[in-house]
Write a protein that binds this ligand. Sequence first.
Ligand SMILES: C[S@@+](CC[C@H](N)C(=O)[O-])C[C@H]1O[C@@H](n2cnc3c(N)ncnc32)[C@H](O)[C@@H]1O
Length: 344
Amino acid sequence: MEAIDLAQWIAFAPIVFQASLALRDLGILDAVEESKTNGLTIEEILEKTNLPNYGTRVLIEAALGIGLLIKKENRYTITKTGNFILNDSMTRVNMDFTQDVCYEGMFSLKDSIKKEKPTGLEVFGGWKTVYEALSHLPAQAQKSWFAFDHFYSDGSFPQALPILFKNKPKHILDIGGNTGKFTLKCMHFNEEVKVTILDLPGQLNLAKQNIKESGFEKRVNYYEINILDDSQKFPKGADAIWMSQFLDCFGEEEIVSILKRCHEALEPGGKIYIMETFWDRQRFKTGAFSLQMTSLYFTNVANGNSQMYDSAVFNKLIDKAGFKILEETNQIGISHTLQVCEKK
Ligand SMILES: C[S@@+](CC[C@H](N)C(=O)[O-])C[C@H]1O[C@@H](n2cnc3c(N)ncnc32)[C@H](O)[C@@H]1O
C-alpha cells in the first residue's frame, strides 16, 4: 500500500505542488492558521480571503488530501506540514525557486537529458547558461534564484570563516564570488586580508556596488572571467582560493580544468577551500533528496551538465587536478562540506 500510495503522490505531484502554492499565496493557509485551534468553517475562510466559493472549496478539499489542513465538525485547522509550507523559510525558498526558476522549464527535462542542454532555460531566452542570464532574468525569477543561493551559503559562512582564517591567508581569490557576500564577511572577519573576486561581468557589477556601499573598496579587487574558456587564467599571488557552491555549476571535465588553473595560480604553500553540498554526506534522507532534485535544475535550467555531486565522484576530480584533501568538515550550515586541499 505504501508503494502504490507513493506512486499516486508522484503521479499527481505537479498538481499537489501548484495547489499548495495557491493555498499559501491566496492567503487560505494564513487565514486558517490565524484561527489557531478553533479552526474556521468554509464560510469563514471565504469571508477572510474574499475568494470565490467553488475554487476555494476544491482547494480546501485538496489540502485535506495533501495533508495541509484537517477537518473536524466542519471546521478546518492547519497541520504541522501546512505550518511548514506557510512559515518555514527553507520550505518557502525551495518552493519559490521551484516555481519561479524551474517549473515551466522542467516540462522539457527529457530533452535536456537527450540533448545534454539546459532546454528549460529557453523559457527565459536564448542563453547558454543561467549564469549569463542571471542579471537579465525577470524580477521574480531573479529574486527567487538569489534567495535560494544565499539561503544555503549564508548559513554556512559563519562556521567556514574560522577554518579559512586558521591558516592566516593574506590574499584570497573568491571564485564565483557572486554579489560579494562572502568577501564582505572576510572584510569584517579580518582587518588586513585582501580579496579578489572572480565572476562573470553581470554578477561582478552587483558585487562592486555592494562592496562600495560597505566602504571596503581598498581591499577588494575584481577580475572579470568566463571560467568556461580555459585559455582564461587566474590572477597570481593568492595564498588561498575560496570556491563556495561554485564547482557544482560545472561538469566533470570543466571542474578539472578549473582546479588545474587554481594549481597554476596558487602561491607555494597555498590552499584551496571548496565548500560544496554533497548528497551522500547529508545527515537526513530529505537533505539528500533535496540535493538530488536540485541536480535536475542544473540539468534542465542551469547548464545541462552539472549537479550536486556524490563526494566519491567529486574527490576523484580533485585528485586528477593535482590536489590532495587535507581536512574535511561536514554538516556546515544546513548541508555543506568544507574541504581544505593543497598541491600533491
Ligand atoms: C551558485 S553561485 C555561488 C555564489 C557564491 N559563491 C555562494 O556561495 O553563494 C555560482 C557563481 O558562479 C558564477 N559563475 C557561473 N558560471 C561562471 C563562469 N562561466 N565564469 C565565471 N563565473 C561563473 C556565477 O555567476 C555565480 O556567481
